[in-house]
Design a binder for this molecule. Structure first.
Ligand code: TYM
Length: 325
């Protein structure tokens, strides 16, 4: 029996290389090894301001991108969170076993409350409980995520533990699985790459856009002139070279940057070429997939049908454990 894996992504903007290196690439590598479920978490995405008119197409496009990076609907389940209402039902039950103090400590809640000070809604606060429900409703044991989600998975463990102690052993305690690219910095070199900060390279960016964006990206700030020697250890773009360029290029840049043999402009041109080589096939597959959204809709329906069965089963156990049935 394969262990069950669950992970999710919000349909809240263009999927970027942070999502790709921190999560999606890992999902593709792990999908067949596990009984894998991947979810477009639309109910999570409505906790911050969003455009209702374009939302459905964003949801479909996010699912299309999951398929374009290499997830195959025949090998794993891909579905939309709101298509399986048991997630929100379980969220309610779980919200009665976790204390407010736990949720108040969530870093993402604090950050989002600052970013959206005019709209600190209850959903933003209970967001991690819905995330726990996403995972626990399928009794998933493995959750591949980027670093910013570790605290939420720890909380999911805490919620599972508290539920089991009070009502009996229903849920396994899920473990996060974090990859090497778990925290990709934005092109500003200041903050984590993030849809909301506009410091991203999207998986749909063309080679021209990628090169253009890299031209303005921050490198080693102490290297002011071409003749200065640089320090790759503090250069965000060197980190990206490690993910996109082969070891030969990485070794060469490591050496040549330190002795001013290569300048930032050439280094960026090389990175743009390697990045484009990896992203081009993804963009092409994505464009082909979104030109047939009816197929995407079909895959999502079949994913939701399978997931609904599992979710109903767990909710049955939960209702009986809490004494409702
Ligand atoms: P979301 O949509 O913000 O991000 C999706 C995945 O991308 C990772 N990620 C990054 N990794 C490395 N560097 C970055 N700069 C970077 N930015 C984003 C995230 O860590 C995440 O793995 N709450 C989740 C969605 C969710 C979920 C779940 C995840 C809902 N329910 C259940 C796992 C299990 C989120 O906001 O992801």
């Amino acid at each position: 029996m394969k262990k069950r894996l669950f992970s999710g992504i919000q349909p809240s903007g263009d999927i970027h290389i942070g999502n790709y290196l921190g999560a999606l690439k890992n999902w593709v590598a792990m999908a067949r090894q596990y009984d894998s479920i991947f979810c477009v978490v639309d109910y999570h995405a409505i906790t911050i301001p969003y455009d209702t008119a374009g939302f459905r197409s964003r949801i479909l496009h996010t699912a299309a991108m999951l398929m374009a990076v290499g997830l195959k609907p025949e090998e794993c389940k891909i579905f939309v969170q709101s298509h399986v209402p048991e997630h929100t039902e379980l969220c309610w039950v779980l919200s009665t076993v976790i204390q407010m103090g736990h949720l108040e400590r969530m870093i993402q809640y604090k950050e989002k409350s600052k970013q959206h000070a005019e709209n600190i809604n209850v959903g933003l606060f209970t967001y991690p409980v819905l995330q726990a429900a996403d995972i626990l409703i399928y009794k998933a044991e493995v959750v591949p995520v980027g670093e910013d989600q570790i605290q939420h998975i720890e909380l999911s463990r805490e919620i599972a533990r508290k539920f089991n102690t009070r009502f009996g052993p229903i849920f396994p305690e899920p473990l996060e699985k974090v990859s090497a690219g778990a925290r990709i910095m934005g092109l500003d070199g200041q903050a984590k790459m993030s849809k909301s900060l506009g410091n991203t390279i999207a998986l749909t960016d063309t080679p021209e856009i990628i090169h253009q964006k890299l031209k303005t990206a921050v490198t080693d700030v102490n290297r002011k002139r071409r003749s200065d020697t640089g320090n790759p250890d503090v250069c965000n773009l060197f980190t990206l070279h490690k993910y996109f360029s082969g070891s030969e290029t990485v070794d060469e840049i490591n050496k040549e940057c330190r002795n001013a043999g290569i300048g930032c402009i050439d280094c960026k041109t090389k990175l743009a070429a390697h990045m484009s080589a990896e992203l081009n096939p993804i963009r092409e597959r994505y464009n082909a997939i979104v030109s047939h959204t009816e197929d995407v809709v079909g895959h999502l329906e079949s994913g939701a049908n399978q997931c609904r069965e599992m979710a109903r089963q767990t909710m049955g156990e939960v209702r009986s454990a809490i004494g409702i049935r």
